[in-house]
Design a protein around this ligand. Sequence first.
Ligand SMILES: *Cc1c(COP(=O)(O)O)cnc(C)c1O
Length: 383
Amino acid sequence: MDRSPAIPLSRPDITDADAHLVLRTLRSGRLSLGPMLEEFERLVAWRAGRSYGVGVSSGTCGLHLALLALGLGPGDEVITTPFSFVASANCILYVGATPVFVDICPRTLNMDPALAARAITPRTRAIVAVEVFGNPAYMPQYQALAARHGVVLVEDACEALGTTLDGRPCGSFGRLAVFAFYPNKQITTGEGGMIVTDDPALADLCRSLRNQGRVAMETGATGSWLVHEHLGYNYRLPEMNAALGVAQIRRLDEIIARRQQVARWYLERLRGVRGVVPPATVPGASFSWFVFVVRLADRFTAAQRDAVIAGLRARGIGAAEYFPCIHLQPAYRRRFGFGPGMCPVAEHVSQRTIALPFHTNLTAEEVETVCRALEEEVRKTGG
Ligand SMILES: *Cc1c(COP(=O)(O)O)cnc(C)c1O
């Protein structure tokens, strides 16, 4: 990890008003399962155009509960992308199901819908689709594919809060969708996540599973604190974290506007920079911009990409190789015997991506500094 670079890869945007609401909640005496969680759930569900929100302690916990609530388990195949944060596939392993990795489209970096269709077998029970880097490409196609084959679409929207496709918000496509609020996301609760859905039974089950399998503790007086209907977990989101979420999501439109401005500065500045491919947008999409990830042209090697990242870091500029392929992670190779060549497009792309500094308060001057450094480091590699 970098020791606080001058221009960090990411930085949360916390105002005095955000901090004040957290402090007020801390002093209220109600530190778990209280009004802040309820309010945060209402606001996130509303943003995603869904009926129910279930707050949990991380996006990873949310994905785990989503798959548990659907009853997925051993013998079930779940189609997903190798080009994502590892949690989007780990949740499949948590429930004992089998991940089936489908290669990506080289432009949008999301799972290729045609390849996903070919990966369907009689054992396929679900598709975990990810809006990688917040790109909503193909969500309607995944939805249609799932409907056609009678399988469930789970939407890992952890990178896409506030993004829309033809007016439809991310988080509205899957039977269940999951958001995350780690400090580098569009809004943060420190740690936290949220499951959203329109299905009341699934929402109730997730609510119970996050709270040790207790039933109806929050919605009615019928449940008991000492009766556990299900094998549950402690995946509760504390009130202090929910309060931060409430304060942050109230500012979401302003946060999105600033991130769009930063992205525009980058896109304008990088136009015509030789060897650097900017992130793709798609028609009809309005991005809330999670990260800003560029790619070096195909002629560059992974070693040249690594040299560019090292060069940027040496100048005090945060940069990272988002994402190494999940199927090539040591934990997956050991368990499944996976190796290179399985998903050639994802492997090719993952060797050439560079995440650049990106956050709500990045200035035009900082964008200029990063882009000039990137230009020079790319030139130095001789590509
Ligand atoms: C951030 C993220 C998650 C969840 O991360 P947590 O750190 O557990 O909140 C899941 N999937 C993707 C694609 C993510 O980017």
